[in-house]
Design a protein around this ligand. Sequence first.
Ligand SMILES: C[S@@+](CC[C@H](N)C(=O)[O-])C[C@H]1O[C@@H](n2cnc3c(N)ncnc32)[C@H](O)[C@@H]1O
Length: 509
Amino acid sequence: MAEPSWSEGYVVDIDYTRGYFRELSPAQLRFVTLLGGVDASQAAPYTYYELGCGNGYSTALHAAANLQGRFCGVDFNPTHIHNARKLAQDAGIGNVRFLEKSFAELLQTDLEDADFITLHGVWSWIGGEHRQQVLEFIRRRLKPGGIVYLSYNCLPGLAQVAPLQRLLFEHANLGAGDRIEKVRRSMEFAARLLKAEARFFTANPLATARLADMARHDPHYLAHEYHNANWSPSYHADVARELSGAKLAYAGSAALVDNFEQFVLKPEMAKIVGGIPDRALAETVKDFARNQVFRKDVFTRGAPKAAPPQLDATLAGTRFTLIRPRSSCRLQAPTPIGEVTLETEAYAPVLDTLARAPMTFVELSRAPECAGLDRARLRQALFGMSALGNILPALPAEGADARRESTDRFNTAVLNAPTTGAMDTYLASPVLGAGVAVNLIDRIFLGATKGEGEAIARAHAAIATGGLKLRKAGQVLESDADIEAHIQDRAQFFFSEFLPFLRLLGAAR
Ligand SMILES: C[S@@+](CC[C@H](N)C(=O)[O-])C[C@H]1O[C@@H](n2cnc3c(N)ncnc32)[C@H](O)[C@@H]1O
């Protein structure tokens, strides 16, 4: 089947996965600007656009959890917009709308100016003309002080993979059958070349590894990732240069760990990067240091560097929350330079305090558990633990009840919808203003109203009907004893740790 004329080379014969991306949440984006020492727009109500929003899950969830924002998701695929509107309607979200428009059409539409413009998984998969339309939209619509999030496939990490994408794309164009079939056949074809010892694969081991890794992905994802006419990984320096044309400057990375050189660069490399006065080149060299394949950049428009007292004042009022159960928080974690270990003595008391309730920096500094930490150490602890994925800034306590009503509606709608395979479900948290992942067995437990016995019986029933497969170390559990032990363990964890954590985040009653 030929692609319809509106597709502009983008895959439209298969809809995209219903992913959720916390990095797009307003609170996390503001935190990146704070880490970058920038005074970005904090006004409320604010206007937020997600361009190429796919099925709209992130936009809808963020709208449900952030009532001070007016959210708008844009995508030219009518199936995506239909799915997004249905979710918004089922969840009764009043502060979101979804526009079925191409980026070209968006430029012809009268819209309000933006505080946030985000694009996740779009920039590298559209042609140069469409990137220019996005840039023009940003140039025209983003307010001074506004924030842009732009993720993209990057170089040099994907240099070896680009020819593999071209091979898959060209092969898919030849074949008949539906898109899933084309995905399967194009991968099989590449695997035959590998087996026949095509020198491309021996000379480019990262392409070989990428091909092997594809097997574990959903074909919907693979189609959108590899079957587009456009697939252009970029150097950060080029992206920064293009965005500077729209008066934007790089503020930091929404992959929080990347903002902390001590976690991503070895000392010798940090010295080299530290000696580079140009920010765009320094970031690009960091990508060489790590052979980076994907970036999650945050830019601001005209936002000035803030003076330290101003940043301190913003930090003092910022509330923080755990983003994993206390017992799952890590003070040791793998980073691009290997395993890092945070100082347990300084950091564990902060986690213990936050396990009681979300707290502002000032409240934490007064908590008895944190008495041994001066402000500099507390700040270091909070930043370090956000980098390792234990905590994040929360929304202010004011307005939490209204947000809770809205997120409860969202979560009910999501939990009432059929499950999509083994994928995690993302519930909205009125505390975080963002989503929290719930895996399939925990989702089944959540449906139990009469405690652990009923939860366990529900898990067994789901296994019996094939709706739940339990895995350990990647292997599906088959024996009754293994299944029973796994369910018992997980139920124990769910009721003692995970459910209290969901309650802390306001994501469960
Ligand atoms: C890889 S998907 C990413 C979707 C979503 N942001 C996510 O990460 O789940 C890219 C999206 O951009 C949309 N898109 C591509 N070209 C577009 C254009 N010219 N105008 C509007 N949307 C476009 C596609 O329909 C698709 O939903």
